[in-house]
Design a protein around this ligand. Sequence first.
Ligand SMILES: Cc1cn([C@H]2C[C@H](O)[C@@H](COP(=O)(O)OP(=O)(O)OP(=O)(O)O)O2)c(=O)[nH]c1=O
Length: 191
Amino acid sequence: MKIVLASKSPRRRELLSNLGLDFEVIESNVEEFSSEKHPSRYVMDLSFNKAMSVAKKLKEEAIVIGADTIVVIEDKVLGKPKDRDEAFIMLKNLQGRVHTVYTGITIVRTKDFKYVSDFEETKVWIKKLEDEEIFNYIDTGEGYDKAGAYAIQGVGALIVEKIEGDYFNVVGLPISKLFDILKREFDVRLL
Ligand SMILES: Cc1cn([C@H]2C[C@H](O)[C@@H](COP(=O)(O)OP(=O)(O)OP(=O)(O)O)O2)c(=O)[nH]c1=O
């Protein structure tokens, strides 16, 4: 069965590639908007929009995977920072505290448009940081296209104290959950 990743995120590509999986990438280009207020429903909704928009364009039979990641701290949703100032505000807010990373995934089968949406949440504790450390971290540049303005898989590893839950969920794709859904709901086996 052909597998399509509806994502422009290089991290998601890499995570799937690491599984030795043969797949194609087709960007969705949907607007990232949802009226859902609850974080888990919000990320599932956006992952649905991404996966479904690509699934509708495909002629051949395929399984399409879409995902969306956000960072939530005390009911405040953090997406990707627009600029240096916003990155600073985000990291200043995250330092010395715990937050939750939500990733929603939706899998669509083009044959009958059967779909399943689910989500994973991981708690991340960021260390107490001096303002200078925050600015130096921002200057690495790696946080700009990441929810919450940090990348746990990069230099951001230095500012993370500990996590509780799936590491890969923080990077952008809860691959273990994805494996379970593909097997249980679509009879697609990665092992
Ligand atoms: C918190 C965190 C997020 N991220 C990334 C995962 C996501 O790619 C990104 C959040 O943006 P998303 O909107 O989830 O994804 P995207 O725009 O990069 O790609 P697409 O919509 O085409 O699938 O932040 C990290 O890489 N490391 C981290 O530690």
